[in-house]
Design a protein around this ligand. Sequence first.
Ligand code: NDP
Length: 245
Amino acid sequence: MTKTALVTGASRGIGRGIALALGSEGYHVIVNYSGSEDKAKQVVAEIEDAGGSAEIHQCHVEIYDDVKKMIKHITDAHGSIDLVVNNAGVTKDGLLMRMKEADFDRVIDVNLKGTYNVIQNVSRPMLKQKSGKIINISSIVASLGNAGQANYVASKAGIDGLTRSVARELAPKGITVNAIAPGFIESEMTDVLSDEIKEGMLGQIPLNHFGSVEDIADTVTFLASGRADYITGQTIHVNGGMYMG
Ligand code: NDP
């Protein structure tokens, strides 16, 4: 039977790359997005052109009831949900002294609460199936800290802790829960940074080049595969050596 994978925030960037990779691995991919419908449709078209199958599903991951409906739709339509990649994420940077409460709340809501919303709703069908894999996209800055990103770093450090706790809860039923912490990956999220900041970053990467979306997608397909069945509760760093835990 075809396995089903949900990738949140799959209309662009890293999520798009993950969706394409899972499509080529034979998953039926649910391409979640918040606003970019045309881009999400384009991802589905690319997966289908490559011989795979996919569908779009609009949902703001921070809205619990909408996430609940999305997961119900997937399990009703496909019978099971085998893999979830919690990738949707936003930034609203600013130094703490000037950070607006709304900007702190927004980033925590989408990144951390959104991840909880999906895990909470997917864990019931996965427990029933006695199988499933959950992969959360964290960030290198959860380990390093980053001036100007207190909200984002708090959300990603929260994801790492959430991953370890949920991994312990779901392990007895054979469900694995892991996080991937990308370093500096070339995407729309990082395109907006100045050349000066990018140069500074490059100087901190021992492998001396930025990461690609494919570097993260390859890690996802590994963790999703049977070759990673004994790995749970881990945060896997993919960062060119920028942080060595
Ligand atoms: P992008 O900004 O390129 O893409 C973000 C994706 O998330 C889009 O598909 C967007 O959908 C979706 N999204 C945003 N808000 C919501 C929401 N409320 N509900 C559902 N989907 C939403 O980001 P990246 O590809 O760069 O990053 C992907 C993940 O990787 C994020 O979690 C990020 O924190 C993490 N990361 C990225 C790094 C990097 O160097 N790029 C480094 C470390 C971690 P739409 O298009 O519809 O708005």
